[in-house]
Design a protein around this ligand. Structure first.
Ligand code: S3P
Length: 665
């Protein structure tokens, strides 16, 4: 897998919608291999057309099977028990399943085959299959460094073995059972813990008995002529491991709701559901296949809620092995500690997934402690502005994207092309459940109004009521520029000088305590933007076109920070005219004067008349400004708050957001 591609994922107020999962990777690999050996033609529906599985299809075609693919429907004509020698090496790309399972089948052929893969696959341990296959009499040569692929396998008759697996691995179990089909006698694998049983289920479905006795799994061999598998129709269930990304994303984001259809619910794959239930997730599962289906299928609905830490270890580990990085993501979004132990196998996946998961969480500011066989994640804010390198591991790349989606700021995910190995439609599905409006604009609530209409108090309260939204005081940004001009002794009436200064300023935005703040040249001005000098400087600054153009761009750029409740005078008209959530707050002139006077009375003895005169002056400047004058945006909801209390105004806006935001989101 080449390490290329990067993408920025911005937070999203809620994860919602409906998805249908593409085919299961493990089942697709196995179905392709077994159909390739069967007597006659099999139709695989819902096949996962990802890079990994397409490599397996090419491999079985090279070994003599007939392969025709039409999207996710694959027709495979089997060879009737044994393969034909392939020309050249078979490249299994990034897939451990492809290589290890095929090695089992090839061990029983009368010829040798060379298997290879990408750099990640050629660094993963293969002695774990070499040892049992050699014990069965197979020839296996590993030509990579230190017990790794490329490998040559096959060319010798096999005999049955009884083999206690040193590690809980479905790939190794399957490799031995598949080789066992070519052995003389009964081959038994004894697992330390139960692992996924797709190989067993498919073999049974194709007429080959598999005996399970506790942790022992046995097949009877057919010798070198190979098994007689019955061809037929195979339905590949949707991939639970792909669904897991949306399950976790929605589960940890209160207010979210996602329904995922066509998900494989084989209990040896779904331990993540038990873990999330313990963490407090809202999950409901509706089976859509018969109760006795070998590979049960169903729909999963997830309702976001607060999560709490838990411990994951023991028998659960093999049944959520590929979801452990996601358990860590859920732990980061939960309250308290999430402990993962007994998961040393993660170190030999597509990357060292303990190391890559720890690095990923640290990049977004989450406290995590690495252990030899797991990690302890302390829930806390997932900060944005981070860059996560997948190191070519598809599941880490997708976890990075989920962190961007559910955290507090955008995340750059580097090396994302590897996602195509298992979930080529990941980004489409991400778009489908990310609640952004058209043009990918995050959910923005625009609150405009004249001075002293109460909009800043209201906007802050609305942001707090929406729980995951950030309050933005657009006026503060103009004040920041005025402050910078005063600090640099730039004449605020000299538009050119101000524009030049603006070009040189380094302005950065961040989120803190539910609001968007900013720094200028590395300094946070804080209360320095509220001085009388800045009060006087801000009006001339705010009428300079270059300033307005720049500030509008900055404000628009804030969508990458998350859901925004932005107040000002031109938010609905100039900054986010496309948001359907626009409000125009007003009150009678007398009431506004009373409010402003009340606000100021605490500090000085200014009289109401003076306040009234100053407000009238401000109204005149605001509404007669050439660029983006204060006016009611088209489609804005007007709220006259003269006779309303703050609570009533806030409730009116929140109710409208909840009512109208849904359709847009
Ligand atoms: C798989 C088994 C698991 C899993 C892998 C697919 C399979 O590996 O991590 O993604 O299809 O059998 P191990 O069995 O080696 O743990």
């Amino acid at each position: 897998m080449t390490a290329t591609g990067s993408i920025t994922v911005a937070p999203c107020s809620r994860i919602a919608g409906e998805l249908r999962m593409p085919g299961d990777k493990s089942v697709s690999h196995r179905a392709a291999m077994l159909a390739a050996l069967a007597n006659g033609s099999s139709t695989l529906s819902g096949f996962l057309a990802s890079e990994d599985c397409l490599n397996t299809l090419s491999a079985v075609e090279a070994l003599g099977a007939g392969v025709e693919r039409d999207g996710t429907t694959v027709t495979i004509t089997g060879t009737g028990g044994t393969f034909r020698p392939a020309e050249g090496a078979l490249d299994l790309g990034n897939s451990g399943t492809g290589m290890r399972l095929l090695a089992g089948l090839l061990a029983g052929q009368t010829f040798e085959t060379e298997l290879t893969g990408d750099a990640s696959l050629c660094s993963r341990p293969m002695r774990r299959i070499q040892e049992p296959l050699e014990a069965m009499g197979a020839h296996v040569t590993l030509t990579g460094d230190t017990g790794t692929a490329p490998m040559r396998v096959g060319g010798a008759p096999l005999h049955a073995i009884s083999y206690p697996l040193p590690v809980a691995s479905a790939q190794v179990k399957s490799c031995i059972l598949l080789a066992g089909l070519y052995a003389e006698g009964t081959t038994t694998v004894i697992e330390p813990r139960p692992t996924r049983d797709h190989t067993e289920q498919l073999l049974r479905g194709m007429g080959v008995p598999v005996n399970v006795d506790g942790l022992s799994v046995s097949v009877d061999g057919c010798g070198s002529q190979g098994p007689q598998l019955t061809a037929g129709s195979i339905t590949v269930p949707g991939d639970f491991s792909s669904a897991a990304f949306w399950i976790v994303a929605a589960a940890c984001r209160p207010g979210s709701q996602v329904t995922i259809r066509n998900v494989g619910l084989n209990p040896r794959r779904t331990a993540l559901l038990d873990v999330l239930k313990r963490m407090g997730a809202g999950l409901s599962i509706t089976p859509t296949s018969g109760a006795d289906a070998a590979e049960p299928i169903g729909d999963i609905t997830v309702d976001g809620s607060p999560l709490y830490g838990t411990t994951v270890e023991g028998d659960e580990i093999p049944n959520l092995i590929d979801e452990l990085p996601l358990v860590a993501v859920a732990g980061a979004m939960a309250e308290g500690a999430t402990v993962i132990r007994g998961a040393g196998e993660l170190r030999v996946k597509e990357s060292d997934r303990i190391a890559t998961t720890v690095a990923m969480l640290q990049a977004v500011g989450v406290q995590v402690e690495e252990a030899p066989d797991g990690m302890t994640v302390t829930g806390g804010p997932v900060s944005g502005g981070a860059s996560i390198d997948s190191r070519g591991d598809h599941r880490i790349a997708m976890c990075g994207a989920i962190l961007g989606l559910v955290g507090r700021g955008p995340v750059d995910v580097v090396n994302v092309d590897c996602i195509a190995t298992s979930y080529p439609s990941f980004w489409e599905d991400l778009d489908r459940v990310s609640c952004r409006g058209k043009d990918n604009v995050t959910f923005v609530i625009a609150i405009d109004g004249p001075a002293a209409s109460g909009k800043s108090t209201v906007a802050k309260r609305v942001a707090a009521a929406l729980d995951d939204a950030f309050y933005v005081d657009s006026g503060a940004v103009y004040r920041g520029i005025a402050w910078a001009a005063l600090e640099r002794r730039v004449d605020v009436h000299d538009a050119d000088a101000v524009a030049r200064m603006l070009d040189e300023l380094d302005v950065g935005f961040f989120t803190r305590d539910g609001a968007v703040g900013f720094g200028i040249d590395g300094v946070e001005p804080g209360m320095a933007i509220r001085t009388p000098a800045v009060n006087n400087a801000v009006s001339p600054i705010a009428v300079i076109p270059a300033v307005r153009v720049q500030v509008v761009k900055w404000l628009q750029g804030m969508v990458s920070l998350g859901t925004l409740v932005m107040e000002g005078r031109d938010i609905g008209t100039a900054v986010f005219p496309e948001t359907p959530l626009k409000f125009y707050l007003d009150a009678s002139p007398e009431e506004r004067v009373r409010r402003r006077h009340r606000e100021m009375a605490a500090d000085n003895a200014i009289d109401e008349e003076e306040v009234g005169a100053s407000l009238r002056r401000r109204d005149k400047i605001d509404s007669s400004r050439k660029m983006d004058p204060l006016q009611v945006a088209s489609g804005a909801v007007r709220i006259d708050s003269t006779a309303m209390g703050i609570d009533q105004v806030v409730d009116t806006i929140v109710a409208a957001v909840e009512r109208d935001g849904g359709a847009w989101r």
